[in-house]
Design a protein around this ligand. Structure first.
Ligand code: GLY
Length: 416
């Protein structure tokens, strides 16, 4: 089959790598891709937010399945446009993608479906939000009610930081925020595939959102992840399915906006009880890197079954293994970055099916790989234990010559 993946980060490199391992894949095109993806797939220039353009491209290239990587095309209705054109697509409709695009929408769904989550209030007037924060005190969480490229959530340790976040996030006319009580516990990422009828658990992972070791410093898109997450025991997974995932999917279906695609369930676990932090309507990045590292070719079978509404017959066989990914980020990240450095050492790494360097923000210039983004490389490895996976990943990190790279040396500290 011919497959088109939309996106160009580490998540899409990992998806492309897994898809390519499946003998079903005849031709793989990724738009726009990156320098690493270009080594295993054709990269195309295409406006991935324009559903009409993607549909025409897919028809011209005899594409059998479109896998949408990031949230922006989903929120823009690209999956709807492709389904209308009769194409097979992995990703939810724009209406269902509101689970990521609007925090207030998700909170309304949680209330209607009695999903356990933090107490919350919605504001469009700063004075009312300030009064609410003065009453509640800190720590407290302030969230922009829209896609904000990872900059829309402030976990405020002090009331002053919360008030500052309110003013910043409500500055644009017409904007709204959600203010939530702070939740304590351990965070985990849980993934399910849903096809509108059936739901399939699709793995657990733990991300490291802060830039600094010991979970310090500003939030990032994620500096490393590992799978499985030990906090997600079978009991916690069963409770998450029964108390969070199934009620949410039922409420979405009841509203006529059944969810189809991967649902990323961001959780806070305390004393074995899961509560919802947020939903995302795509795979996590870098969580996808560790899931695909463990699943390999099965990733495509499951994604195809999901896109074709055949999840009832689908299954995934998890090996009793572990994976870790370590992000190498550019100097300055998560603020303005210094890019353009030549990255050396990539072509001297030993061939080993248990390790892979996924490219996130890279470009090819005159035959050299250069940094071209905030998160640049995702060094990913698998092992029989998490310690083995970590040892393998960090040995590769140490062989890569990336001047000024920021690397957290403590990925997996909770589990290790
Ligand atoms: N790793 C966090 C995210 O993908 O949103």
């Amino acid at each position: 089959m011919n497959i088109l993946i939309l996106g160009g980060g580490g998540r899409e490199h990992a998806l492309a790598w897994a898809v390519k391992q499946n003998p079903k894949c005849d031709r793989l095109i990724v738009a726009p891709g990156n320098a690493g993806i270009a080594e295993i797939a054709d990269c195309a220039t295409l406006d991935i937010l324009d559903g009409g353009a993607v549909a025409v491209f897919a028809e011209e290239n005899a594409i059998d399945l479109v896998i949408v990587g990031p949230e922006a095309p989903l929120v823009a209705g690209v999956a709807d446009r492709l389904r209308d054109a009769g194409l097979s697509v992995f990703g939810p409709s724009a209406a269902a993608a509101r689970l990521e695009a609007s925090k207030a929408f998700t909170k309304d769904i949680c209330d209607a479906a009695r999903v356990p989550t933090a107490a919350w209030a919605r504001f469009d007037k700063a004075a009312e939000a300030h009064a609410h924060i003065a009453r509640k005190g800190a720590p407290i969480v302030v969230k922009a009610d829209g896609l904000a490229a990872g900059k829309g959530v402030v976990v405020a340790e002090t009331a002053a930081a919360a008030h500052e976040a309110v003013d910043r996030l409500l500055a644009a006319p017409g904007s709204e925020i959600v203010v939530e009580d702070f939740m304590t516990g351990e965070e985990a990422s849980f993934f399910v595939l849903a096809d509108g009828e059936e739901v399939l658990a699709f793995g657990t992972a733990q991300d490291h959102k802060r830039i600094g070791e010991g979970d310090t410093g500003p939030n990032t898109g994620g500096m490393g992840a590992y799978s499985p997450a030990p906090v997600m025991t079978d009991t916690v997974i069963a409770r998450t399915m029964d108390e969070i995932v199934r009620p949410t999917l039922a409420e979405m279906a009841r509203r006529g906006t059944a969810y189809r695609g991967v649902l990323y369930v961001g959780l806070m676990i305390e004393n074995g009880a899961p509560r919802l932090v947020e939903y995302n309507v795509r795979f996590g990045d870098p969580e996808a890197q560790v899931l695909t590292m463990r699943l390999g070719a099965q990733t495509l079978d499951a994604i195809q079954a999901c896109a074709e509404g055949r999840l009832a017959d689908a299954r995934v066989d998890w090996a009793d293994d572990h994976a870790m990914t370590v992000v190498m980020a550019a100097p300055g990240y998560p603020g303005p970055v210094e890019a353009g450095q030549t990255i050396g050492g990539l072509d001297t790494l030993p061939e080993d099916s248990r390790q892979m360097v996924f490219h996130a923000g890279t470009a090819e210039r005159d035959g050299r790989i250069v940094a071209a983004g905030g998160r640049v490389l995702n060094v990913t490895a698998r092992g029989d234990s998490l310690a083995e996976a970590a040892g393998r990943a960090y040995r590769i990190v140490d062989r890569i010559d990336f001047p000024g790279a920021q690397v957290r040396r403590d990925i997996g500290w909770r589990a290790l």
